[in-house]
Design a protein around this ligand. Structure first.
Ligand SMILES: [Zn+2]
Length: 272
């Protein structure tokens, strides 16, 4: 990128900053990329990612696991679209990635998700724990954390250089914003964004009928994964010591939400 082009981007960024937005948790967010643009660019980045995985035969075709994922995610999304009606038209889908050594999951703006098979291979997840993972990731997207992280990626020179070096030549056909969408899933969330997704996520899962205590056991399981297993989930989800305690403290209040859900499920496409 030329200096002039970079300077233009920074000016655009500064202009966008003057129109600040507020997250569902009441927190000011850096929003150089609008949530709508984040959805458009995430779609391009997602399609390119999934096509590449498919070409390399790295999507897992496991009908039983796909059914389980569809059921659990569908119940969480069923509550999400009622609470956040603007998400009803999102393209809710999950790519099941065949990487037994990787413990990770993410959700882009617009409801496009991925889970890595290592989550199931390494954590022996209950449905309640799986629901916590999906609802937490979904909450990041609902709270516009994708747009926020894309914004951070775009306004930092580090992000732009990283985007150029991390992704293959074919990915360079994507717009810089789509690259930022790709990069956003590998950037750590801020502590404030994590707290927000923890809170929204445990609520959504509770409304969908899943045990809030699973949010705590999930973190305990994550903490015991080792032995050369890659856990990007932990590096993109910084976990301060008080996090487990905060979630634990929310359990009694969340249990009261169990019979306030709609019991609805929403169609979720499993990409494999
Ligand atoms: Zn998170």
């Amino acid at each position: 990128m030329t200096l002039a082009r970079y300077a233009t981007l920074l000016v655009l960024a500064a202009t966008a900053l003057s129109g600040c937005v507020t997250s569902p948790g009441g927190r000011p967010q850096l929003m150089v990329i609008s949530p709508e643009a984040a959805i458009v660019e995430s779609r391009r980045a997602y399609i390119s990612t999934v096509q590449k995985l498919s070409r390399e035969d790295r999507l897992l075709n496991d009908p039983l696991l796909a059914d389980r994922l569809r059921t659990v995610t569908g119940r969480v999304v069923g509550e999400a679209v009622v609470r956040y009606p603007h998400t009803v038209g999102w393209q809710w889908s999950v790519a099941l990635i065949d990487e037994p050594e990787t413990v990770n999951a993410w959700c882009m703006a617009g409801g496009r998700m991925a889970v890595y098979s290592g989550l199931f291979e390494r954590l022996d997840l209950t449905d309640d724990e799986l629901a916590q993972i999906m609802s937490h990731e979904i909450s990041h997207a609902i709270a516009n954390h994708t747009a926020e992280r894309m914004s951070i990626a775009l306004v930092t020179a580090v992000g732009l250089i990283a985007a150029d070096t991390i992704f293959d030549a074919e990915d360079r056909d994507l717009s810089r914003a789509a690259l930022a969408a790709n990069l956003a899933v590998s950037l750590p969330n801020s502590r404030a964004a994590e707290s927000e997704a923890d809170r929204l996520g445990i609520e959504l899962a509770a409304l969908a009928g899943y045990d809030p205590a699973a949010a705590v056991t999930l973190w305990d399981k994550m903490a015991t994964v080792g032995g050369g297993i890659s856990v990007p989930f932990l590096s993109t989800h910084p976990a301060p010591a008080y996090r487990r305690e905060t979630l634990s403290g929310l359990v009694p209040e969340m249990r009261q939400l169990a019979d306030r859900g709609t019991g609805q499920t929403h169609p979720v496409d499993i990409v494999h």
